[in-house]
Design a protein around this ligand. Structure first.
Ligand code: CA
Length: 431
């Protein structure tokens, strides 16, 4: 994943909206996603450029609409595709006339989950999140003894991963207060978001063949934003001894664009651990990972209540963080660890990073942390306060990479609005 001509900050596109300094999708980014004109159409592979989507099939660069197949390309073929896109979209390209016909305004198409997600694993790499949440339950011993040795994770559910923009109903479940004699079935009263990144697998591995650190990143295709919605009251009652279940599998929101590992090359950072912490076991360690295994991705959470929306108030930033400051494990280490027992990964598999809280309280990636378990409500513009997410609230995650001497790139929005429990599946019985 080297820095090359496709990252040149001087490159500009004949798609003028891509040249704005605050554009998420300048020609240096070139993320992949799936789009369609109508719900009855098949998905097509698109590349975001400014406020447009380039239909990849219409350019002739691919002959199919199967994103998982594209994600499984060899690193060399992926690099060629990126160079072809960069060259065709730059000012003065001979492709301009033909490719203009392959553009669709993003606002006029439907964007989906970026690929078919076969399996979904949620990790727990945010050490500040793990410490703060651990402290709420175990004040004397917040971080469990395995945390600095094992990248902790659990297997989640791919069927309820939703594209950005799709709302969902507040889920119901078993709730039991500390002093309640028995649980009751009711809509969650402690609905929360989790600020995460989604790491998508490109090429898989055969069953029984562990992926070593040296090639781990070649199996990663790209990164999205990921909101792992969580019902804290359902979670508190159900999670022992096997971990989260119905508190986590009612909805997770993913942003539509896979920002590729190639696009992220300029934004690498050294991976370090605090003095005195154990070195990773050899299967989770190598020189390249120490030199540049972390990614500098600035993250933000914005909340807009229904009242704010009706009053014309913009979404309010309630937290900001950074992947590199929040994560105790790198993307490469997650791939190496996930496969060390021979587990087979497939193209399109998703790893959630875990909640990416920064070291300071205002950098927390969930309301559980921001409000100290609901005890310290946060203030919103317009006079409202929040302990947890309420009906009508819209939560948006945003991510951006910046470095001196390079064009900044962004991830596009990851947004969902929570509807009342009786508006949909939550609280209703299927026919
Ligand atoms: Ca999570």
């Amino acid at each position: 994943m080297i820095i090359d001509a496709t990252h040149d900050p001087e490159l500009a596109s004949w798609v003028e909206s891509a040249n704005a300094t605050d554009a998420d999708f300048p020609i240096q980014n070139l993320p992949f996603g799936r789009f369609r004109a109508a719900a009855s159409d098949p998905w097509r592979i698109g590349v975001a450029i400014g406020d447009q989507v380039l239909d990849l099939q219409a350019t002739g660069l691919v002959t199919h609409g199967d994103m998982n197949q594209l994600m499984a390309l060899s690193p060399a073929d992926r690099s060629s595709l990126r160079h072809a896109l960069s060259s065709g979209l730059r000012r003065g390209s001979a492709h301009e006339k033909a490719w203009r016909a392959a553009l669709r305004p993003t606002a006029e198409v439907q964007l989906g989950v970026p690929c078919t997600i076969g399996d979904y694993t949620d990790f727990y790499v945010g050490i500040h999140h793990a410490t703060t949440v651990g402290r709420l339950f175990r004040p004397d011993n917040p971080l469990l003894p395995n945390y600095k040795w094992v990248p902790i994770g659990y297997h989640g559910r791919a069927s309820t991963i939703l594209p950005s923009g799709q709302g969902f109903a507040r889920p119901q479940g078993q709730l039991k207060g500390a002093t309640d004699e028995a649980p009751r079935l009711a809509p969650t009263e402690r609905l929360d978001f989790e600020l995460e990144l989604g790491l998508f697998i490109g090429r898989g591995n055969p069953l029984g063949q562990a992926i070593p650190m040296a090639s781990a990143e070649q199996h990663l295709f790209g990164i999205t934003l990921f909101n792992d919605w969580s019902a804290r009251d359902i979670q508190a009652w159900e999670y022992q001894p096997l971990g989260p279940f119905l508190s986590k599998n009612f909805a997770s929101t993913v942003s539509p664009w896979l920002v590729t590992m190639e696009a992220l090359a300029p934004f690498r950072r050294a991976f370090t651990r605090p003095e005195g912490d154990p070195a990773p076991l050899p299967y989770l360690d190598d020189e390249a990972n120490r030199r540049g295994g972390a990614f500098d991705i600035a993250l933000e959470v914005r909340l807009q209540s229904r009242a704010m929306r009706e009053a014309g108030l913009p979404p309010h930033v309630i937290s900001h963080s950074n992947f590199a400051d929040a994560a105790y494990w790198t993307a490469a280490q997650l791939v190496a660890h996930h496969t060390v027992n021979g587990c087979a990964l497939a193209s399109g598999d998703l790893f959630g990073s875990g909640t990416l809280s920064g070291p300071r309280p205002e950098q927390a990636g969930s309301l559980l942390e921001l409000t100290q378990g609901g005890k310290q409500r946060i203030a919103l513009p317009g006079g409202e306060t929040r302990a947890f997410v309420e009906d009508g609230d819209s939560v948006t995650l945003a991510g951006r990479c910046s470095r001196n001497g390079f064009r900044s790139i962004g991830f596009g929005p990851c947004e969902a609005t929570v509807m009342p429990a009786d508006a949909g599946t939550g609280g209703r019985t299927a026919p």
